[in-house]
Design a protein around this ligand. Sequence first.
Ligand SMILES: [Zn+2]
Length: 417
Amino acid sequence: MSNLKLIGPFKQLLPMSGLSLKGAISDSELTVLEVAGILVENEKIRSVGKFDELRNTYSEAEIFHLEGDHVGLPGFVDSHTHICFGGSRANDYAMRNAGKTYLEIAKAGGGIWDTVTQTRKASKEELIKNTVKRANRHLKNGTTTIEVKSGYGLSFDEEVKMLETIKEADTKTAADLVSTCLAAHMLPKDFAGSTEEYLHKISSKLFPILKEKKLTHRIDAFIEESAFSGTQIAPYFKKAKEMDFDITVHADQFSTGGSKVAVEFGAVSADHLEASTQTEIDLLAKSNTIATALPGASLGLGCNFTPARKILDAGGALAIASDHNPGSAPMGDLLTQAAVLGAFEKLSNAEVLAGISFRAAAALRLSDRGKLEEGYLADFCVFHTHNFNEILYNQGNLKPCMVWKNGELVYNKHKTP
Ligand SMILES: [Zn+2]
């Protein structure tokens, strides 16, 4: 049974079509359709074009009429988050801003290990509830696809628990959750053995279960002086590649090295890159690895942004994600952060919007979203404004008034309390 819906007219509709995956984009390259409509068939887009023409051609379609001026964009894709966690790190944040060092905070019981402890303590139901709550807030703000990492379990059982939690949370929110195994987040304090032994145990024991239970097809690792070295991770990623997992890397956050490993292993994305120099930027630009900026982490830690302008000018593909996590990026507001990154890094609005739509979808290897074109998922957000430039100009303060996911209206400001 086909189910045709025509949504519009949009004062402006930005399909994000015809733009390159890599390199700089000028605003003049953006297609802006005026008095436009989106024709939806079940969960997908059947056609995008002039509202009147679509209405005449598909007279059987149910009309969802937009009153007043609206701008439509593809649903945002947040390709890097850690929204499945227990506890809060508000005290860490206060201590860090009061000048305490990483070591002092860790000694006071803070840091990633604190979140590991709180996450292990939390029941699955509690974690599901909190993950769904966070995902629904992102959905309301226009993000229809959200990547979610494990990495606060850090043992065989606890990582399985986290990934099962994310899988179950996915069934309880209209947003799509894409899970990633980040068992290589840090060496767990309670592991009785070496770093190599831990990574070997995870790759030999946990990886097969991830496949068997279909818990994730993505493996991530934190390559950093305080976490794992490239040499330590190499056999881990080799095993993941052999088992056909997609690889993604926390790279070059404080020291370089991670992006080189990412490119060597053909990672789908290298994320963070705040410390990347021209060498790493050129390496990434020549590769098929998507460079992902995480402005939320720069804002949370009060440090420099990813060199997004340089990455684009070198010809790289730039995605922008929230890194929403309880430690370094507690805000979790993708649109605000992307707008702020744009202002600091001098990115065109086209580059910012590409970074949270089709370029972020590519970082998750999803080719069915991030654009408004025939055959794509009918995932889009609607803003009450006459000019798309108002959206980034308002730096996240202008929120969507409607969000559609898989052809269904999942958020409507005018109707939901
Ligand atoms: Zn992260």
